[in-house]
Design a protein around this ligand. Structure first.
Ligand SMILES: [Zn+2]
Length: 356
């Protein structure tokens, strides 16, 4: 896909847009930029929009002009003679890719005043590749600039990080994600609302889910595969039962919870079983936070579409009981990410949550 115009990229926090516009006003791009943010926060989209803007000799603070000879060189698949992209293949960026990039940097730019190297998921550079990249960043060839992306800056070598200007992308509001989806996808209101709520402000993630709902992935026999959204809906069904289930049902609910989390394994983030379970617990944390929020009129809820169930939970347990439960859920998440037995932790947790 061709790069988006910078002004069309959704950027959060809003103050960041102003800072990036300032950068686009200068005659030269920064030597190295590192864009960090969670999965689906738009790092790659922003990186490409910025590279397109800086390559264009007629750029404005809104982005590239889209008409000059440099801009016309963008292919429909998003390639450009003055851009080289390094990315994990499949899970690591190896030294060969960095070597190949280094030999590319011995040439002068083809059409633009600069050349850009993009390193996507730079935390997946293996040690040899990271060291080779560091050498290039320390002595950059003339007219070459670098944009790296990663989920968090502390996943990179401190020596690489310290060479980069860091741009941190935050989460969009649920409402902003919803409005964007509504403009682009012909799906029912409730579905779009759920996607927006589940995405935790990561628009890219919400878009991938919406696309997979419009054209579902299928197995070898052409049968639609359950989507991550199905898994999340199933989780919420378990959470809703916390408002009315008896203590006898705790073990069964814990089992259903673990089953729902299984469907979160893999996916775009290649989640492990433990990470998937921890993600499920994170949604439970949001559920309890939301239920506490229902005590304050007008405060924004994450799971707006489930507010009846949230209020029911709030009627069943006092705020202090739910605050104590929230602490137990947070502890369970820590135990799961450590080495605790997932079955024991979740059973213990659900017994705690249903104790009246
Ligand atoms: Zn242009």
């Amino acid at each position: 896909m061709k790069p988006l115009l910078f002004s069309e990229v959704m950027v959060q926090p809003e103050a960041l847009r102003g800072a990036l516009e300032q950068m686009l006003r200068r005659s030269n791009p920064p030597q190295s930029l590192l864009i960090v943010g969670m999965a689906g926060s738009g790092k790659r989209t922003l990186a490409r929009a910025l590279a397109a803007a800086w390559l264009c000799p007629q750029r404005t603070p809104h982005g590239h002009c889209q008409t000059c000879t440099v801009c016309q060189k963008w292919s429909d698949t998003g390639e450009h003679p003055d851009l080289r992209v390094l990315k994990p293949e499949p899970d690591q960026i190896k030294i060969d890719s960095v070597r190949e990039m280094r030999s590319w940097t011995t040439f002068a730019p083809a059409v633009a005043p600069f050349r850009f190297v993009m390193v996507e998921e730079a935390h997946r550079l293996n040690p040899a590749a990271a060291n080779a990249l560091l050498k290039t960043l320390e002595e950059p060839p003339p007219n070459y600039h670098f944009i790296l992306t990663a989920p968090a800056s502390d996943l990179l070598l401190p020596t690489i990080r310290s060479r980069c200007r860091i741009v941190r992308l935050g989460a969009l509001s649920t409402e902003a994600v919803y409005q964007h989806l509504r403009a682009c996808y012909d799906l029912p209101h409730e579905t779009l609302q759920s996607l927006a709520e589940f995405s935790e402000g990561a628009l890219g993630l919400a878009i991938r889910w919406a696309q997979s709902l419009q054209s579902p992935a299928t197995d070898a026999k052409g049968k639609p595969l359950p989507s991550e959204l199905d898994a999340l809906q199933q989780l919420l069904t378990v959470f809703e039962r916390l408002s009315c289930a008896s203590l006898d049902e705790a073990l069964r609910l814990a089992h259903e919870f673990r089953e729902a989390c299984k469907a979160l394994e893999g996916g775009v983030d290649e989640r492990t079983a433990r990470a998937a379970l921890a993600l499920g617990v994170e949604y439970l944390i949001h559920w309890y936070r939301d239920s506490l929020t229902t005590n304050y009129a007008g405060a924004p809820l994450r799971f707006v579409s489930r507010q009846d169930a949230l209020r029911q939970l709030a009627r069943r347990f006092s705020p202090s009981e739910r605050a104590r439960d929230l602490q137990a859920i947070t502890d369970a998440r820590r135990a799961i990410l450590g080495n605790a037995n997932p079955q024991i932790v979740t059973e213990h947790l659900f017994i705690q949550l249903l104790r009246v």
